[in-house]
Design a protein around this ligand. Structure first.
Ligand code: AP5
Length: 217
């Protein structure tokens, strides 16, 4: 089973890598951040509730994040594996996930820690641009679109996430250090953790991740 978690600081490249690997292995890429941004875009109650937390760089309440994942993992396409990107992000979320999976008669196969230094992360987040239409991720310097401001894949307009403004980036990094980093040891204790260098070129990190995922039956 490829029931995989991508763990790592904001900007490590979790989303960028997960999209390509999920396509290669035919499993869904489940990003709580993407799901919450969709809810905000659609103007739902959940979106309205989540908006302030996200824009300020804080985490939404654990119960809310777990509820999203509970519903998403029940869908049929998650039956053969998935990449969880951005979940769990706190020890209580990890405990709730463990409980939920055991109720479903399954478990995680691997937690991959995408590790990248803070100076690299800050440059990546500041230059990130995303397509409004299809969600493809670009970077003004590292992965620029062919035409500035326009998505290569669908011609949509590119935008900057509100939480990629400097103040929100600082807050997200602090929240990561305070609440998420402890999960590295938590999963290492359960012998699920594998570290991958994500501070290098995208293709190099991809190769390492591909190696790990292809080993999982
Ligand atoms: P979320 O969307 O999950 O944000 P994040 O974890 O902060 O992660 P990012 O999306 O910023 O980074 P990434 O690692 O995916 O990097 P990317 O591939 O885009 O969450 C947003 C918010 O939602 C949270 O702050 C919180 O409020 C809420 N939330 C979500 N989940 C939650 C949960 N479980 N509990 C509570 N709240 C939750 O890459 C970044 C940039 O770098 C891109 O421009 C890319 O092109 C570039 N890049 C990537 N790799 C490379 C490379 N190797 N070389 C050069 N450039 C690269």
């Amino acid at each position: 089973m490829k029931n995989v978690v991508f763990l790592g600081p904001p900007g490590a490249g979790k989303g960028t890598q997960a999209v390509d690997l999920a396509r290669k292995y035919g499993i869904p890429h489940i990003s709580t951040g993407d799901i919450l941004r969709e809810e905000i875009k659609a103007g739902t109650e959940l979106g309205k509730l989540a908006r302030n937390y996200i824009d300020d760089g804080n985490l939404v309440p654990d119960e809310l994040a777990v509820d999203i994942i509970r519903k998403r993992l029940q869908k049929e396409d998650a039956g053969n594996g998935y990449i969880l990107d951005g979940f769990p992000r706190t020890i209580p979320q990890a405990e709730m996930l463990e409980h939920l999976l055991s109720e479903m008669g399954t478990e995680l196969s691997r937690v991959i820690y995408l590790d990248a230094p803070e100076d690299v992360i800050i440059k990546r987040l500041s230059g990130r641009r995303i397509c409004h239409q299809c969600g493809k991720i670009f970077h003004t310097v590292n992965m620029p679109p062919l035409k500035p401001g326009i998505c290569d894949a669908c011609g949509g307009e590119l935008y900057q996430r509100p939480d990629d403004e400097p103040e929100a980036i600082r807050q997200r990094l602090q929240v990561y250090r305070d609440k998420t980093e402890d999960l590295i040891q938590w999963y290492a204790d359960r012998r699920l953790l594998e570290r991958v260098d994500a501070g290098i070129a995208r293709v190099e990190t991809y190769k390492k991740l591909e190696e790990i995922l292809s080993r999982l039956q």
